[in-house]
Ligand binder design. Structure first.
Ligand SMILES: Nc1ncnc2c1ncn2[C@@H]1O[C@H](COP(=O)(O)OP(=O)(O)O)[C@@H](O)[C@H]1O
Ligand SMILES: [Mg+2]
Length: 270
């Protein structure tokens, strides 16, 4: 099982949309997918039809009663409207985790999610983690559990400042975890008609070079409509430009996994 995480400390940049859209495409391959919602807001869980205010099981129970017993972990899996796809749901209670765990042994809880994923890894081909927009025990768990990081970043100036902070956080956490995970910045909500977007994309590439995906996710209002309906855009409108862009991203990620592209090529696909 390969696990990818969408991460960025800024909210509203397309993390949840990226998880759902990649899942929409991947699920069509017939392989089984696991979605993991580590955001206390529970947007991914809501998208999949669950109310994070009412969730009794899911990620939170992994922290209150840690287990790596495959049968116990499998009981937390919930079906989703996406075929072949299951969910570890978030609950609003996740917001209290950092306070509860506090300074006592925060590091000791860093592998809770990784261990749970490991326990059911033989059932799934891919895991997709939706990360919280703040540094804390959940973000640390996400970083410990994934093989590839995607950093969706809106193509505007404010996001660029946030991106710097994100990269700093990433470095800090990776140091403490003794782990280096490959990452790729994915420019999102790109509006080719606006100069601000073009300039922000240019700056992003200038600063982060080969770590920026060579293509973009364009702005597409249909993402919002799809989320209201609780379905991935690629499922209902596979040829919408947003869907096509995520298809391209997925193919690229699958290529990385097969060792097909070197860093230079990421830029050349622009
Ligand atoms: N490429 C896009 N074009 C237009 N709207 C988008 C796009 N990506 C995401 N959105 C919308 O922007 C909002 C924030 O996206 P979301 O994925 O929830 O961000 P995050 O998870 O980073 O907070 C949502 O309403 C979503 O439907
Ligand atoms: Mg989100």
């Amino acid at each position: 099982m390969k696990t990818w995480a969408c991460i960025n400390q800024k909210g509203g940049v397309g993390k949840t949309t990226s998880v759902v859209s990649l899942a929409g495409h991947l699920s069509k391959t017939g392989q089984r997918l696991l979605l993991i919602d580590l955001d206390p807001h529970g947007s991914l869980s809501s998208y999949m039809g669950y109310n994070p205010d009412e969730m009794e099981t899911g990620i939170y129970s992994l922290f209150s009663e840690p287990t790596s017993n495959p049968a116990d972990v499998a009981r937390l899996l919930l079906p989703t409207p996406i075929e072949n796809t299951y969910l570890f749901a978030a609950s609003t209670a996740l917001a209290t985790l950092d306070r509860q765990i506090g300074s006592e042994q925060g590091a000791g809880k860093g592998l809770v999610v990784a261990k749970a994923i490991e326990a059911v890894a033989d059932k799934f081909a891919y895991g997709l983690i939706d990360c919280p927009p703040m540094l804390g025990i959940l973000m640390i768990n996400a970083l410990a559990a994934c093989d590839q990081l995607l950093i969706p970043a809106q193509t505007d100036y404010l996001t660029l400042t946030g991106l710097e902070r994100m990269m700093h956080t990433l470095e800090m956490v990776e140091k403490s975890l003794h782990k280096k995970t490959p990452y790729m910045i994915v420019p999102t909500m790109y509006d080719v008609r606006t100069r601000a977007c073009q300039e922000a994309l240019h700056k992003m590439k200038e600063t982060y070079r080969y770590n920026v995906w060579g293509s973009v996710i364009p702005i597409d209002t249909r993402f919002r409509d799809a989320s209201k309906r609780g379905v991935p855009l690629p499922t209902v409108a596979p040829y919408a430009r947003g869907s096509l862009a995520y298809k391209k991203l997925l193919n690229f990620l699958l290529g990385i996994q097969d060792g097909k592209h070197g860093a230079e090529e990421r830029q050349q696909t622009a």
